[in-house]
Design a protein around this ligand. Sequence first.
Ligand code: ZN
Ligand code: ZN
Length: 426
Amino acid sequence: MMGAEESKSSGSSSCPSFASGCVDFPNACRKESEATAWTLLHQVMMEKWKEGHAEAAGFAETVLSCDGIIHKDCSFDFCTSRQGIINITKGSSFFSFRKRSKFAKMAEHFEYNHIPAQMSSINHFRVKSVLCFRDSLVVLHLTRNTASQFGLLDLRSNKFMGVFGRQRLEFVNESLTGEISPDKSKCLIRMPDINDRQQRAPQQNQILFCLYDMRSKQLLSEFEFDSPYNHFSFDPRFTWHRIAITNFEPNQNNSLSLVQLDEWQVLKSNLRMTDTHNSLYPYMKGMCYTKDGSLIIANILDTTCYCREKKTRNYRPINCSIYVFNGDTTETLHCIQYQRYTCTQHMCPVNYTPIFSTCGSRMAVVMNLIDLPTQHFVQVYKLPTMLNLQNMCRIVILQNFPLEYLPDLPLPPRLINYLHFKPEFD
Ligand SMILES: [Zn+2]
Ligand SMILES: [Zn+2]
């Protein structure tokens, strides 16, 4: 099938054949059962992706590119395009907004729409950013009297659930990362270690991990270690007990570990995560689990910035790699490499973060062809699936029933939860 738009835009003869043609999805679907892992199932222009191919391929997400500036409009955990923040007008607000260069749009939205008025006007709470979210639960980075703390918000009921984790200093947004546990009972926050508990001057690379209980708002445990950078993510199969984390092992700069959070005990480690660079940082920009927890996905990108060349002929794409690891052993399984006109220093991570289908067995990435910076291609890959009957049934059910039908299926609640990828193990 040849779209009118594509034939118009592909004026140059250098345009590769797959740029104009795309696989008819229903046919591709029928063949999918025979496709092996990592097969490219589908490739389509971004416009078509938004016009129905995403839905046909079983993806709920259509926003795969964003003009937001990182640390201004969007953060690694929150995108003003994808999460749909409205552009509020300052005149209509009952707050007097302070001048802010960072996270202005996002912070103002939350302050205006979700923070109780008296908190802002009497208690002088300011929203600095969205630290993390899971479903409708949002953790905000707040400041009050030049000290950071965190606020818990439920967007579904539009209820502010209170503050927690008061610090002694105000942190910059870039120094904080957080994630809410799969069962939403805990929140793990990575922050600079400013305590000198052992009468020791704080070291530059000293990092503190704080585990908070979301109900009691109490600090459950903290763990400090030396590492300027790392990423972490909760294993979705466990309520909150297991995370994947980079560079957790001492003196390693290219490692992935599985850690039991109760005792901060290492279960498994892979000491060579990437072979394209000697160290993970500054190239690694994101890490997540697939929905069923069987795979860990890491984004490794070139950090060169071509933003100034955007309107010139020197505008170049950067090299992107998606590394895939076994969620139980940390063993490296696969790597997908492509090129993308984006920038890790200035552009929203939505432009280079893979997404997963509702059934969890397909992954989509957006790539560009060289010299075609305005044409974005969505590629859908088949992921390896766990060969157990329960998981295979889940994939088939999710590929054939819309999510809203699931509660009506004649199945016990435990299986309904399983279909929703709720944690199976405590
Ligand atoms: Zn964005
Ligand atoms: Zn740039």
